[in-house]
Design a binder for this molecule. Structure first.
Ligand code: OGA
Ligand code: MN
Length: 285
């Protein structure tokens, strides 16, 4: 196979062609994908229809898979399901259903699993059913925002620790948890500045789950996080991916933020399956 990598924007994303992910992807091609992942933080690999078993097999090449917890319909499996189709009946879920409300939180800029003690390396989202309009996913780099800070600002953020909390982020959209659900999500601490071990590039671990800066007055920490978010998500930095069935998209959860965009959930169906690969390294903080 001869893998071709084509950048999609100045700050994030590349398209990968010349590969078949299912049915024996060779070591060399995988190594090229893995390296492009470290370089571009987000990869689009079109024309790769796959089933759940194929996705698990491909995902495992990046590391250990997370098992979904509590609220996602994929709980207890390696899949987080983004869909308006009921997982059991296959029928469309009514828009006022709690499950649809819950998915709306995906429309806020976030990285997956930053509310967990062990961060995620990457997520892999495969397009199984795509609406004819709407339902794009948007991406931004948090490397670009770090690299754009002044030397003083870089020094100021270098050793900061951020508390991330799922209860905090879902609370922002008015979602409430039962005590049993809430028990799955204790707040966690991570370094704001993350360093990619392969290339030394620094990024910021921000997004909707980032609640506050440890050791700073609440308002001051929230102002800093809001300022970094505003810089990261400036419209000119956004890469928008319009899905086609068979697309596979991989993003770095330590160096990129993403968000879902709306589609008409009463008229169109959308089914995306996500696997989430763990860094395998629990927070030391
Ligand atoms: C996700 C996610 C966005 C989308 O799967 O983690 O945020 O557009 N998805 O479905
Ligand atoms: Mn997500």
């Amino acid at each position: 196979m001869s893998v071709k990598i084509t950048p999609l924007s100045p700050s994030i994303g590349a398209k990968v062609t010349g590969v078949r992910l299912v049915g024996g992807l060779d070591e060399q091609s995988f190594a090229a994908i893995r390296e492009a992942f470290d370089t571009y933080s987000m990869l689009v690999i079109p024309g790769q229809p796959m089933n759940d078993d194929d996705q698990v097999e491909f995902s495992k090449r990046f590391g250990t898979l997370e098992i979904s917890v509590a609220v996602n319909p994929g709980r207890g499996t390696p899949f987080a399901r983004q869909s308006n189709l009921d997982i059991k009946t296959g029928e469309m879920i009514p828009p006022d259903d709690r499950r649809m409300f819950y998915q709306k939180a995906n429309m806020l800029w976030h990285a997956d699993s930053t509310f967990k003690d062990t961060l995620s390396l990457c997520s892999i989202l495969t397009a199984r059913k795509v609406p004819p309009e709407g339902g794009a996913t948007e991406f931004v780099s948090t490397r670009t925002v770090y690299e754009g800070l002044s030397a003083t600002a870089k020094a100021e953020v270098e050793d900061l620790v951020v508390e991330h909390s799922f209860i905090h982020s879902r609370g922002l959209v008015g979602f409430t948890f039962t005590p049993e659900e809430a028990a799955h999500y204790p707040a966690v601490r991570h370094r704001l500045v993350q360093v990619n071990a392969a290339n030394g590039r620094r990024s910021l671990l921000i997004g909707v789950h980032a609640s506050h800066i440890v050791g700073w007055p609440l308002a001051k920490g929230r102002d800093l996080l809001a300022d970094l978010m505003a810089r990261a998500t400036r419209p000119e930095n956004v890469l928008r991916h319009e899905w086609t069935e068979g697309d596979v998209v991989i993003w770095d959860n330590r160096a990129a933020l993403h968000r879902a965009t709306p589609y008409d959930t009463t008229r169109h169906v959308r089914l995306m399956q996500r696997t989430t690969i763990s860094t395998g390294v629990p927070s030391q903080l």
